[in-house]
Design a protein around this ligand. Sequence first.
Ligand code: SAH
Ligand code: SF4
Length: 377
Amino acid sequence: MTQPASPLLPLYGLSRSEADAWMDAHDFSRDHAALLWRYLYWECAETWEDMTKMPAKVLRVLAAETALDAAPVARETHSSDGFTRKYLLSLADHKVIETVLMRFKGRVTACISSQAGCAMGCVFCATGQRGFERHLSTAEIVAQAVHVQRILRRGLKSDDGRPIAEAEDRLRNVVLMGMGEPLHNFDAVMKAVDIMLDSAGLSLSPDRITLSTVGVVPGILRLAEEHPPRVHLAVSLHGATQAERAALVPVAKKWPLDELMAACRTYNEKTGRRIFYEWTLIEGSNDTPEHARALGRLLSSVERSLAPAARRNRRPLSQVNLIPLNPTPGFSGAPTRTAAAGIFQAILAEEFGLPSTVRQRRGIDIAAGCGQLAALN
Ligand code: SAH
Ligand code: SF4
């Protein structure tokens, strides 16, 4: 299932070479493709009229044959601490998705969605509880990043309208951690990543894009084949044994833990890159010292099995991101308390030499935290 057919060509779905080809096909100069990309990704034009330097004859055909905005904003909510903003975007077929802008000091990150809903059904995740609606198109994915770019290019402002001077003036950080499973929509997501990386457009650095997967083994293996990789990889684990993981993440039955860890090892070896392992901390469920040790043993066994060449700089190629559970309508667990999270981290570090971070809980009051996106409020 993808987006419904439209007679108009969505501009945010075009690679730079496809934009050139479009100009060629219409006997327009390729210089106009360069100008178009400047309007799309730097000026962030909202209407054809904003493209003041585009020749009228080109604009006429663009307006007749192509579509500018693939995901207009229907609603915007701000967290009370001012650090998180959530945008509800309405697609052409009236499906709704969410994009989150997160600010930490001056650094701004766009958390973008890859699907409307999600088919993976993780029990603690509001997107999974909503079920799968459809894949997003490349244009719908890129449009979310452009939306945040537009806000930053216009200058981020606080709720009372004052400029936030320290905020970055263009988009530099993207996480594919919004609604949906990005590796379940592999081709559209990877094309979107290529467009976001293009130096003529948003010009993101591959070091500043992180893709989070529930553990779609064939997708991880496809990423491992890429040299150099286009994104950082995060893998959601949540359990260190097959039975414990499958109780939280139903697709573990399709891609069992041993196959997943073998794919992660292949990724480490082929790319030399680190993997971030995400672990939603649920009180009493997967947060005891024994769980920390099981995770430590699992990741250490991957580290030990790596060929020496993959560990050139001797840093572990595994890092753990602990995410205290955020509330969702369909799951009744509680988040791990700070002290227990600290013990979990200390075990990983002291007994296994594994670095970890505990993710800051932000945007919970507007349901914009990890796993809370369901486009319900
Ligand atoms: N589908 C991808 C990316 C989107 S979810 C994936 O699952 O990795 C982004 C992260 O939020 C994942 O690590 C996911 O496990 C986590 N998450 C989901 N629901 C959560 C919740 N209620 N509280 C905390 N983290 C949650
Ligand atoms: Fe889908 Fe990720 Fe939510 Fe699981 S955690 S249901 S894979 S969005």
